[in-house]
Design a protein around this ligand. Structure first.
Ligand code: CA
Length: 513
């Protein structure tokens, strides 16, 4: 496979002739704006309760206020079954950028300084590599969380950007930006009202305001191009990675008061209305702050949409709203909001609006992280530019052609990796593929293995059609027909995706490889 290497910092467009420059922008190239807050449940969008949407999902929406997303949904293709294959920050982002599974893109675990094995490979072809090659201006604003932290602090060369160990946050130097020419980003950092960012020249900015508000301001400035952030003669690709409603969500240090006031007088049972939510968990106290952050993100996303409209860019711009994974928020009795096979961990918002080409509709096909990059490139009229390294599928025909015959996959792969071997210096030198599973429209199945023996350690199996809140864990052996179908499908997925379970024939007594 021939990999593309983006040429960083060089502009090869000749400056000799104005006419030559005029030919550069392709009239059929839409702009793309991709906004993805972190840890946002698909259930936390108010429009799911509206008549035209409620019959398409099996859940009741959270009692949350999202007026901008409600209007955006009416103008968009809205996916009911968008699933995060590996519902964790870094691994999701690796798949999002490349359309490749973690073992191929390099991001198998959340990157930190003890895990040099987990970092987006420099030689993979990311979405921004393709788009910059296709003459797009590419901008990244906000949380990246794709890079193994290295001592690359631009203000303190040879040092990490933070003192605590392991180091989580990092500065991403130009050679690791995969074609993004505008940069205002950080690795991972969780002080919502005290965020920081490094710009493309490595200058650190600490704006002391709620991060989604600041990122929306930066995104709007990019759209307006008020300080020449982009080439006005090129289409643009802008990604905004917001951190809220990611934790912490404990106090007004984390959320805007105007948003918190909408929820503060509601009881825990008024906020956590699901039959699987345990309102006695300590975490239940975070619900008003979580929903406040959802409402705040909705407002900031709305401001970006308003700016597009004001600038006359809305018709020819593809806008996506999504998230890296869900948030269980007191369901299943678990503290971990993510990184599990439960629907509320894997199911994410995915709304795509393209007024010139995509009619508003509900899409119920199974769609997962690896499909996003190829589908987006397909929607932008760049089908032929989808790299051969991509493992996901281009479903853009289902959107552009109003083609109801598009066949979506019957099952989506679930992945959970944990630290593998650790060397004498404490560095993680391998990852362990602890759990694999499959989600279909009607079933959830995950198998976990013992780290020492590779033998079956746990099975999670649910009938989501009859039990959408996953209250009843079923025994796989009680459903022999479904067991055979699902394990066969899982075997095919593991083989097709070149998963380590297939390579090592893990649980070959159960899974027909
Ligand atoms: Ca995350």
């Amino acid at each position: 496979m021939k990999l593309l290497y983006p040429i960083m910092g060089l502009t090869l467009v000749p400056l000799i002739s104005c006419d030559a420059n005029k030919e550069e922008p392709k009239q059929d190239s839409p702009n793309i704006v991709y906004v993805f807050p972190d840890q946002m449940r698909n259930h936390a969008m108010e429009f799911w309760g509206e008549d035209s949407f409620s019959e398409s999902v099996r859940f009741k929406p959270d009692p949350v206020i999202t007026p901008n997303l409600n209007q955006f949904a009416r103008e968009s293709a809205v996916f009911t079954n968008a699933l995060s294959n590996c519902p964790l920050s870094g691994p999701h982002r690796g798949m999002l950028f490349t359309g490749m599974y973690p073992q191929n893109n390099g991001v198998s675990l959340n990157p930190n300084s003890l895990r040099p094995i987990s970092s987006l490979r420099e030689d993979v072809i990311a979405w921004s590599d393709v788009l910059s090659q296709e003459n797009y201006s590419c901008g990244y604003i906000g949380k990246l969380h794709l890079d193994f932290p290295t001592p690359t602090d631009p203000e303190n060369p040879g040092h990490y950007v933070e003192d605590k160990k392991p180091v989580w946050d990092t500065y991403t130097p130009p050679e690791r930006r995969h074609g993004f020419d505008f940069w205002y980003s950080y690795g991972t950092f969780d002080e919502h009202k005290n965020p920081h960012y490094w710009d493309k020249d490595g200058k650190k900015h600490e704006p002391k305001e709620w991060s989604p508000k600041h990122e929306a301001d930066m995104a709007i400035a990019y759209l307006k191009n008020d300080s020449k952030q982009r080439d006005p003669n090129k289409p643009f690709f802008l990604v905004v990675g917001m951190n809220p409603p990611h934790s912490p969500y404990r106090s007004l240090d984390d959320a805007m008061e105007e948003d918190y006031n909408l929820y503060k007088d509601k009881s825990k049972s008024e906020l956590l209305i699901r039959p699987n939510a345990d309102t006695t968990m300590a975490k239940a106290a975070s619900a008003p702050y979580y929903f406040a952050n959802v409402t705040g993100v909705d407002r900031e996303f709305g401001r970006i949409l308003d700016a597009l409209k004001e600038l006359g860019l809305d018709e020819n711009t593809i806008v996506v709203f999504s998230s890296d994974h869900g948030e269980t928020m007191c369901s299943q009795g678990i503290q971990d909001p993510k990184n599990s096979v439960y629907t509320e961990s894997m199911n994410v918002p995915f709304l795509i609006r393209y007024p010139e080409k995509i009619k508003p509709k509900i899409v119920d096909g199974l769609f997962s992280t690896v499909d996003i990059m190829p589908t987006l490139l397909g929607a932008a009229n760049l089908k032929s530019k989808i790299p051969s390294s991509v493992q996901g599928k281009d479903y853009s025909d289902a959107l552009l052609l109003d083609d109801s015959s598009t066949k979506f996959d019957d099952g989506v792969l679930y992945i959970r990796n944990i630290n593998g071997e650790i060397d004498s210096e404490g560095k993680v030198v391998s990852y362990f593929p602890e759990s694999r599973g499959i989600k279909t429209k009607n079933y959830t199945l995950a198998l976990s293995i013992n780290k020492k023996t590779n033998e079956l350690a746990d099975v999670l199996f649910f009938n989501d059609k009859e039990d959408p809140y996953q209250l009843h864990k079923l025994k796989l052996e009680d459903y022999p027909e479904q067991k055979e179908i699902l394990l066969t499908q899982l075997g095919v997925l593991l083989k097709e995706t070149e998963d380590p379970w297939y390579e090592d024939k893990i649980l070959s007594d159960l899974i027909p490889y």
